[in-house]
Design a protein. Structure first.
Length: 758
């Protein structure tokens, strides 16, 4: 089976199940999509909206439509020549409610003698499996404490250290306290002895390196590949696996050579996917960084950096924030994982300290020894320089850490990825708020945008190394949606105006945490005045993730009330609302230009483009769960039908119809003329505004997009800037024929983008 020409990500849940996805197939095909890309479908914890807390592996989740819904989806997709790609979760399983997960319950009842004991990465040397928390399904009134056990009817759970009842505390109160800690994922429990997903206590790691466990957990996946002939899989969180190469090799053996295998692997800038992995590429965070970066004004870095220091008093650099965030993760929520590493080196003095220092110093998510040994060497050098008092200990540990067969090395590799994720994405990105358009998964906030030359170089490399990899601008994990980042890119061109505004905002509606206040005002600039409840929910999550003035486990009611007061002031206080609203209105048209530009680039650059659900119109999503909100596909279908009755493109306005027009024309072109997307060469404009053009030839299709629109306008527009297309062409955006050499002002007089077929 060929790789899909494009995909459309659908979040499957009880409110939009497989029946709904089947009904959407006609719209996706009309849009021009080549494949439906589905979120996890295996049974998950009751009520789960995301599906990553899988609890069984031999069926399709009834709350997502079950087998009948799947059959309907297969029929709907095949009737419209759509491929299907399914998201799978090999690393972990949901254990929030032990009674739902039969394998986990078996281990709780029978311990190391359980049939499923080999499924889980449990440190049995601790004597027993400690269960620190219980989930939603337990009724406090039905719980009682007897000795060192928490009892629920006939079921008994040993109490974890630190959860014994305090004086006068009832069983219900103990349950409430434990449940609170579970929901907020912030228990620093050094006595944990099963491997978790990051610090999430109710997601237990699976040992898929064991052939028996692999076979059992891939039963339904095998049916999809062999019997239902789905096109491919997206593999979630490969960094948590003991042996990713071994896993992918085994998966490829059941998937076949033609199946499309994508890994949700976050590559740091400049890092490459291990070439020996038998996969087709990543899910596109690296592409997101490249596309977004080329629409940012790199010359604004100094001015915005100075403004940030002035307003916040934050003297730390981006890398320094990263180091602090990782250290915070090592010393708190991931302390259990570090302690387990230390127990493997009990004979080495101060091994725990040295391992913690190495985890903080590790420059990427993880190595895959022997691949990535250079990253480990860098971490060793950095740690020894930072802590010369630990140099001898690090030297003693080095032979074991560099030996792929040593358990210490494999566990260290699994842990470094968790440290990076929790310390950087979920901490540093909320603390270092210099320019939050850069604070995105797979990006480096210290790298301020991308030059045209660097962008073209990255795409040439992508064409050579990962032509079958996915590209994206939005996912269910992005911190802010693609059009939010596009509007923030305009701020980089209006740094002086922004400085005047934000000085006023921070003075008129002050907060004691200035870096967080600065994040909040950038968020308003990026999303505008969205539904107030959504903004309050975002503010609560963001300030608790930052964990500087309040936290999930110890909320500061006074500070949080102040933040919510500032949010309300943005909506209600004329002194705050009016100047902010004027600025939002000022940047919106240029934000649309950036949105269309980055979208047409992403849809036509090397790789296979994904459209995240709903992003074919303007979108204003923030971090999850906001970016997983339901999408009105019927309204989009109706709008597309109306557009298709006209030969003229719609105006670029607040309806978002222009984006739908561009997306549908680009996707249909990729579907109908795939051979025209087989190469990559930059197309360079000439003249005074040449730097405002990003253009490339894919082998018959030429993409042209406007970048830095504010600077373009202030400099007098395109003037006599020209572009040579290499031959006469048709612009599928406008339907016009254009000559080989054309003034950019004439080419882009209706839309800020063009998509030309020679």
């Amino acid at each position: 089976m060929p790789v899909p020409n494009s995909t459309y990500r659908l979040q499957i849940r009880s409110s939009f199940d497989l029946y709904g996805a089947a009904d959407a197939c006609d719209y996706l095909a009309t849009l021009g999509v080549g494949g439906a890309y589905l979120s996890p479908l295996l049974p998950s914890t009751r009520g789960s909206d995301h599906g990553y807390d899988v609890i069984a592996f031999d069926a399709i989740d009834p709350q997502r439509g079950g087998m009948d819904g799947w059959t309907r989806m297969l029929a709907g997709a095949r009737s419209r020549n759509l491929d299907i790609i399914v998201d799978i979760v090999p690393n972990h399983t949901g254990v929030a409610d032990p009674f739902q997960n039969k394998a986990w319950w078996d281990v709780l009842k029978h311990g190391r003698d359980a049939e499923h004991a080999r499924w889980f990465d449990i440190d049995w040397a601790r004597g027993r499996l400690l269960l620190p928390v219980l989930g939603d399904e337990f009724e406090p009134a039905q719980l009682e404490i007897v000795g060192d056990e928490l009892r629920y009817f006939e079921h008994r759970f040993p109490l974890a250290p630190g959860t014994e009842p305090a004086a006068g505390e009832t069983a219900a109160q103990v349950h409430d306290r434990q449940h609170y800690e579970l929901v907020n994922y912030r228990r620093a429990d050094t006595e944990q002895n099963y491997r978790r997903f990051f610090a999430v206590t109710d997601l237990a790691g699976l040992r898929v390196e064991d052939d028996v466990v692999f076979d059992a957990t891939h039963e339904q996946i095998g049916h999809w590949l062999r019997d239902d002939r789905i096109a491919g899989l997206r593999i979630d969180h490969p960094d948590g696996l003991v042996d990713p190469l071994g896993y992918f090799t085994r998966l490829r053996s059941i998937a076949g050579d033609e199946s499309w295998l994508l890994v949700e692997k976050i590559l740091e800038p400049g890092e490459k996917l291990p070439t020996e992995w038998p996969v087709d590429g990543t899910t596109g965070y690296d592409a997101l960084t490249e596309v977004g970066g080329v629409f940012i004004d790199t010359t604004a870095e100094t001015e915005l950096d100075d403004l940030y220091r002035e307003l916040t008093g934050d003297k730390l650099t981006g890398p320094e924030h990263v180091q602090l965030g990782k250290r915070n993760a090592v010393e708190t929520i991931l302390q259990a994982e570090v302690s387990r590493l230390a127990r493997l080196t009990a004979d080495v003095d101060r091994a725990g300290e040295a391992l913690a220092e190495l985890l903080v110093a590790f420059p990427v998510y993880r190595s895959y020894l022997p691949t990535g040994g250079g990253h480990l060497a860098t971490a060793i050098g950095t740690a020894r320089a930072a802590r010369p008092d630990l140099a001898d200990t690090i030297a003693t540990l080095t032979p074991r850490l560099t030996d792929p067969a040593d358990e210490l090395a494999s566990r260290f590799q699994q842990t470094s990825g968790a440290v990076m994720a929790k310390g950087v994405e979920d901490t540093a990105f909320y603390r270092y708020t210099r320019f939050v358009a850069l604070n995105e998964v797979g990006s480096d906030p210290a790298h301020f945008g991308l030059s045209l030359d660097d962008f073209h170089g990255a795409q040439w490399t992508r064409q050579q190394d990962a032509p079958r990899g996915m590209t994206t601008l939005s996912t269910h994990d992005t911190k802010r949606g693609e059009d939010v980042r596009a509007r923030l890119a305009v701020v980089s061109e209006l740094s002086s105006e922004w400085a005047d505004l934000v000085r006023h905002l921070m003075a008129d509606a002050p907060l004691p945490d200035a870096p967080f206040a600065y994040l909040l005002w950038q968020t308003f600039a990026g999303v505008g005045f969205i539904d107030r409840d959504r903004m309050h929910a975002y503010a609560e999550k963001a300030m608790r993730e930052a964990a500087t003035s309040t936290t999930w486990t110890a909320p500061d009611a006074v500070f949080e009330a102040a933040v919510h007061g500032v949010v309300d002031a943005a909506y209600d206080s004329p002194a705050v609302h009016d100047p902010l609203a004027r600025f939002v209105e000022r940047i919106t048209p240029s934000g649309w230009t950036n949105s269309l530009g980055q979208k047409v680039v992403q849809l036509t650059m090397p790789g296979i483009p994904d459209v995240y659900q709903g992003t074919e119109l303007w979108e204003d999503s923030l971090v999850d769960p906001d970016n997983r909100r339901p999408v009105d596909l019927d309204a989009r279908r109706s709008l597309l039908d109306r557009l298709d009755t006209s030969d003229d493109p719609p105006p670029v306005d607040a309806t978002g119809a222009a984006k739908l027009w561009v997306v549908s024309r680009a996707l249909r072109l990729r579907r109908d003329w795939p051979d025209l997307f087989a190469g990559y060469a930059p197309v360079l404009a000439t003249g005074p505004a040449a730097d405002h053009v990003v253009a490339f030839d894919r082998g018959g299709v030429i993409t042209v997009a406007t970048r830095l629109p504010v600077g373009l306008e202030s400099a007098g527009g395109w003037r006599d800037t020209m572009i040579d297309l290499g031959g006469t062409a048709t612009d599928v955006i406008t339907g016009r024929r254009v000559p080989r050499e054309i003034a950019v002002a004439d080419l882009l007089d209706l839309y800020p983008v063009a998509l030309l077929v020679r």
